[in-house]
Write a protein that binds this ligand. Structure first.
Ligand code: ADP
Length: 289
C-alpha cells in the first residue's frame, strides 16, 4: 500500500506519497507555522485531508523530541515552544489510519542507512538545517531511546563560553552551526540575514561570511569527531539545506582533517538529499506497523 509521509521541520513541512518501492510522488511543501499548537494542528489537517482516502498508513517525521506520540520542542525557537503537542492524537482526528511518528533526524538516519547498510554496522546521520539534528544507527538498529532523545547531537556542547542555546544550555553546536545561527551572525540594516545570503556573500568573497560558515563547519566537525570516538562509526551522512549547500561538506571534511587521524570519519552527502526524512518515516512505518 501507499504511505503518506510528512516531515515537519523548523522552516518547512514537506509531504509526499511513498510507494512500496520507496519512490516518492506528489511532493508538496509549506512553511512551518510559528504560532502555537492550534496553528500546527490546522496545517496538518489541511495537508492530510486531501490524502486520507488514498493512503493506507501515515508516517510523520518531526523536529523535536517525540515521546509516546507527543512532540516537545527541544529548542523552542525552532518550533514555537510546543510542549507535549499531541501529534499522534491530532493525526488520528484527521484520518482514521494507522500511523507512526518519530524524530526527523532519526527518520532520515534510517533512510540513509538503507543506502549504505551492506558495508556499515554503525552510522550517523547529521542534519544542518534550521537547527542541528541527527540519528544514530548502532549495530544495524536505529536508536530512538526510551524518551525519544537519542541522536539529538546538535545539543552537545561546542563552546562553554558561547551564547545561550534555545534549549537553555550554553554553547551547543546548534547555537553556533545551524542555519539560524549562520544567518544571525551577520546583520544588515540592524536585521539578521538568512543563511542563504551568508552563503552568497561568502561565495562573492566576503571574509566575514566565510568565517561564519567556517566556524559552523568547525563546530560540526568537532561534534562528528566526538561521535566517532564514542561510537566507532563506519560512516557519517549529512543532510539539511546547510549541510547540502555547495562547498559546506568540503569545509567540514577540511576541519576534520585538521584533527588527529583517529578522529577522522568518512563523510558523505545524504543520498536522498532533502527527502531522507520523508522516505525514512515511510520505511519506519512499514517496518514497525
Ligand atoms: P528544515 O529545518 O525545516 O528541515 P531546511 O533543511 O531547509 O529546513 O533548513 C532551513 C535552514 O537552511 C534555514 O536556516 C535556511 O536559511 C537555510 N538554507 C536554506 N537554503 C539554503 C541554501 N541554499 N544555502 C544555505 N542555507 C540554506
Amino acid at each position: 500500500g501507499n504511505v503518506l509521509a510528512l516531515d515537519i521541520g523548523g522552516t518547512k513541512i514537506a509531504a509526499a506519497m511513498v510507494a512500496q518501492d520507496g519512490t516518492l510522488s506528489e511532493r508538496q511543501q509549506i512553511a512551518t507555522p510559528h504560532g502555537d499548537a492550534a496553528g500546527l494542528a490546522g496545517a496538518l489537517e489541511k495537508l492530510i485531508t486531501p490524502w486520507r482516502n488514498r493512503v493506507d498508513l501515515i508516517a510523520v517525521a518531526s523536529t523535536g523530541i517525540i515521546s509516546q506520540g507527543r512532540l516537545t520542542a527541544l529548542n523552542p525557537r525552532n518550533l514555537g515552544g510546543l510542549s507535549g503537542f499531541p501529534l499522534q492524537d491530532c493525526l488520528r482526528a484527521v484520518a482514521d489510519l494507522p500511523n507512526v511518528v518519530l524524530n526527523d533526524g532519526q527518520a532520515a538516519a534510517w533512510a540513509e542507512y538503507q543506502a549504505v547498510q551492506e558495508t556499515c554496522d554503525n552510522a550517523l546521520f547529521v542534519t544542518v538545517s534550521t537547527g542541528v539534528g541527527g540519528g544514530i544507527i548502532w549495530n544495524r538498529k536505529l536508536l530512538t531511546g526510551r524518551n525519544g532523545l537519542a541522536g539529538h547531537i546538535g545539543h552537545t556542547a561546542f563552546d562553554p563560553q558561547g551564547g545561550l542555546c534555545g534549549c537553555g544550555r550554553r554553547g551547543c553546536v546548534e547555537s553556533v552551526a545551524s542555519g539560524t545561527a549562520i544567518g544571525h551572525a551577520m546583520m544588515e540594516n540592524a536585521r539578521p540575514l538568512g543563511a542563504e545570503q551568508v552563503f552568497e556573500r561568502a561565495r562573492a568573497g566576503n571574509g566575514d561570511a566565510q568565517r561564519v560558515i567556517s566556524r559552523s563547519a568547525a563546530a560540526v566537525a568537532s561534534m562528528l569527531a566526538d561521535m566517532h570516538i564514542s561510537l566507532d562509526l563506519d560512516v557519517v551522512m549529512m543532510g539539511g539545506s546547510v549541510g547540502l549547500a555547495e562547498g559546506y561538506r568540503e569545509k567540514v571534511a577540511h576541519a576534520l582533517n585538521q584533527l588527529p587521524a583517529i578522529y577522522r570519519v568518512a563523510l558523505r552527502s545524504a543520498h536522498h538529499r532533502q527527502d531522507s526524512g520523508l522516505i525514512g518515516a515511510a520505511l519506519w512505518a512499514r517496518a514497525t506497523l
